[in-house]
Write a protein that binds this ligand. Structure first.
Ligand code: HEC
Ligand code: HEC
Length: 325
């Protein structure tokens, strides 16, 4: 009622409402004053329906009239206290927005400490808490399962979060950053860079050979030299690069698929998976719990020592076995 841009409708509603209330009150008063004199009989009115249904001019029964007065007084009191008369806000200052804000504040006061209790602990430690895991699972089912699946095992283009094959990294802080800020993997179409259809087929077979998948050795040998076009992102050895989310091509875990046709499609069209940022919508406490949940699904691993890439391998083996995929 506060959004009218001219005062006309506000007054229209106010006057109409007040005049009707007063009108009804006057009508009741008028009816109340006509009483039957002692001994007087109610007169039969003219009309007769359905053969024997007649109308008398009895005064209204007083219980009915009193009920009417009560509703009138209630309406008047309501319209003084609450918004209802045009743009008049009511003396209590109640608004539906205020009501909503109050409910949200109450829910926050109730649940925020529950979510916040884990903020001080590192992600891998939170992952060990059964309570955090339960909360994380509920959050995951609400906010993440539509893309990653309710079992977090992913789908074509949506990474499996339960294995140790990470696009960006599987330590607690990196998982948290993936969730908080989102990720945008970006592989441009590479067909032209490797010399068209034949070149694509050759590189695709070289990619297949990297993971020991069935391939044509001759094509793969021809493709090896062309892989330089890919090395900037996937690494010379094809093991990928977590800085840009370029997948490891030497394992049998595929984001889009490991058939020759699908690999050729990846090369020809490029790929650009997009993970939406969650920090703003969920807040840090929930992101923290989600990171711990994902970490605890089986793929979480301690942060690898920075410069030595060989150190990553033993750390990987020390962690619990990944879910089969
Ligand atoms: C709209 C779909 C979508 C939703 C919703 C979504 N994700 Fe993702 N997520 C993706 C895609 C796609 C990628 C891969 C991005 C890429 O290809 O670079 C990804 C990547 C990730 C990664 C990095 C994986 C790796 O291998 O490094 C994590 C962790 C992750 N998501 C967790 C979550 C969590 C937790 C949620 C819920 C809060 C979530 N995602 C919601 C689509 C989604
Ligand atoms: C600019 C960096 C970049 C270059 C250059 C590049 N890639 Fe990629 N590639 C990526 C990224 C990033 C992804 C993951 C895309 C995503 O997350 O959606 C990817 C995905 C792929 C995939 C899909 C892997 C899967 O698991 O399904 C294949 C196959 C692939 N690249 C092969 C190649 C080949 C072959 C070349 C060279 C001809 C190449 N890429 C060049 C960055 C690159």
């Amino acid at each position: 009622m506060q959004e009218f841009d001219s005062p006309f409708w506000s007054w229209y509603i106010t006057i109409l409402t007040v005049v009707s209330l007063i009108g009804v009150a006057l009508f009741l008063l008028k009816q109340r004053t006509r009483k039957l004199a002692p001994g007087e009989k109610a007169e039969l009115m003219e009309n007769k329906w359905d053969g024997d249904l007649v109308e008398l001019n009895n005064p209204l029964p007083s219980w009915w009239v009193n009920l009417f007065w009560i509703t009138l007084i209630f309406s008047a009191a309501y319209l003084v206290l609450y918004p209802g008369l045009g743009s008049f806000k009511g003396t209590l200052g109640w608004t539906s927005f205020g009501e909503y804000d109050k409910e949200v504040d109450a829910a926050k006061a109730k649940y925020e400490p529950v979510f916040n209790q884990f903020m001080g602990q590192p992600v891998d430690q939170v992952a060990a808490s059964a309570e955090a895991r339960d909360m994380g699972q509920r959050l995951f089912l609400t906010y993440c399962s539509q893309c990653h699946g309710s079992d977090a095992a992913g789908a074509k283009g949506f990474p499996n979060l339960t294995d140790k094959d990470w696009l960006y990294g599987g330590d607690g802080e990196t998982i948290k950053a993936s969730i908080a800020n989102g990720r945008a993997g970006m592989m441009p179409p590479m067909g032209a860079a490797v010399g068209g259809d034949q070149g694509v087929k050759e590189v695709a077979n070289y990619v297949l050979s990297l993971s020991g998948s069935p391939h044509d050795a001759q094509l793969a040998a021809a493709g090896q030299a062309k892989f330089v076009a890919c090395a900037a992102c996937h690494g010379e050895d094809g093991k990928g690069n977590t800085m840009m989310g370029a997948p490891n091509l030497t394992d049998k875990t595929w984001l889009y698929g490991g058939s020759e046709a699908t690999i050729m499609e990846s090369i020809n069209k490029g790929r650009s998976g997009n993970m939406p940022a969650q920090l703003q919508a969920l807040g840090e406490a929930k992101v923290h719990i989600l990171a711990a949940y994902v970490y605890g699904l089986g793929g979480g691993m301690p942060k690898a020592p920075e410069p030595a890439p060989e150190a990553a391998a033993p750390a990987e083996e020390a962690a619990p076995a990944p879910a089969a995929q």
